[in-house]
Design a protein around this ligand. Sequence first.
Ligand code: HEC
Length: 189
Amino acid sequence: MSMQGNKGSKEQGVRSKEKEKEPPTFAKATAGKEVRSQESGGVALSSLVIVFCLMAFACGGRAENNKPVDSSPKFTQYYNQGEQLYQKYCSNCHQKDGAGLGRVYPPLNVSDYMDNHFNDVICLMRNGKKGELTVNNVNFHQPMPGIPALTDLEIAEIATYIYNTWSHQRGIVEVKEASMILNACPPSE
Ligand code: HEC
């Protein structure tokens, strides 16, 4: 009984050794297949990536990039400067995509307030804004702190950016125009 048991385990030992030997060849064969399937997968993946890039470009082009209104160097300069200033001074609250934040910070990407209160928008950048304000039928009543350090030029640049991004296509906001409005702002509360 015990001998047979031993024999059995010996045989099993041999068999399992044979099995151990098998995997390398098997692995080689499949490794080749894997490489091949990865190659074709790679092609598929990279064409997918290209499609996604094209889609992102097309969408980005429509949703965010309304620049073609004006392709002059001056406009581009204002717009690019304005974008940087926006990201530095405004995007904390209004977000990079201009969507705002719930009922706390109003949106800029689509805003009837921006459409109808251009002068107020120029003024509030420097002087801030207290009290209630309605954007797209939603009331906001957090105060916005002004940024007195902004120069007329910087305000014109930010205005050029926010008024030509997302859904807006106003064209350049000249520094002359900004200065005129800024000189006539109601005193900051
Ligand atoms: C600390 C947060 C904060 C920062 C920073 C800030 N805002 Fe605001 N903004 C607000 C709040 C809050 C209101 C609403 C004010 C109210 O209810 O009276 C507002 C209102 C506005 C509005 C009018 C409402 C609308 O959505 O159309 C515009 C335009 C605007 N901000 C633009 C800017 C720009 C441009 C900057 C950067 C120069 C800026 N804000 C920086 C919080 C902020």
